[in-house]
Ligand binder design. Structure first.
Ligand SMILES: [Zn+2]
Ligand SMILES: [Zn+2]
Length: 189
């Protein structure tokens, strides 16, 4: 039986150039001419918003109140660390991690042999090597790393570099916060 023939009826298909389509439990925005979404927001987007808000709040408190009282260099280093952290966070949270879109996959591959291919029974796409299905997002993701609720979605092929960049930045941010607080309040210790 050809699993693809009835797959169209059960999954909504984004049109190339369309602005929004829900794929699985993931909200996809701005499809390019190949029908691949540029921006995706995962099912845990409220947690992602809270994480983003907390990073912005800490950034605001440090750059607005604490760093200027410590010194110019501390403020410059702070601006650098916080802006790179925010860049990696929003890139990891918003860029499409590599969601496999059925219509795009069919178009690019042309013919397929369903008996030879590994097909995801959940979203009816061909599951290539390193592609895994995320049960929380209900989509297949290329080079799937894991699902991170703090980002609201999965990390995959396109976002893994931002995610590891974010981890390094988070560590730098922690060291910076501790150092800044030490210099700010060392006279009171
Ligand atoms: Zn799947
Ligand atoms: Zn996921």
């Amino acid at each position: 039986m050809d699993m693809r023939s009835n797959a169209f009826e059960i999954t909504s298909m984004p049109d190339p150039g369309s602005r929004y389509c829900k794929v699985g439990r993931t909200h996809c925005f701005y499809f390019n001419k190949d029908g691949i979404p540029l921006i995706t927001v995962g099912p845990h987007w409220p947690i992602m918003c809270i994480t983003g808000f907390l990073i912005l709040l800490i950034t605001g408190i440090f750059l607005g109140y604490i760093c200027p009282k410590v010194g110019k260099i501390d403020l410059i280093v702070g601006c650098l660390i916080f802006s790179i952290t925010l860049y990696f966070f929003f890139a990891a949270a918003l860029v499409n991690p590599g969601i496999v879109i059925m219509s795009t996959q069919m178009k690019s591959r042309g013919d397929f042999n369903s008996s030879m291919e590994k097909i995801c029974t959940e979203c009816n796409v061909i599951r290539e090597d390193f592609t895994e299905h995320c049960k929380k997002c209900r989509v297949c993701v290329e080079e799937y790393d894991d699902h991170y609720s703090l980002l609201g979605k999965c990390v995959g092929k396109n976002t893994v570099k931002y995610f590891y960049g974010l981890l390094v930045c988070a560590l730098c941010m922690l060291v910076f916060i501790v150092t800044t607080l030490f210099f700010r309040f060392k006279d009171k210790l």
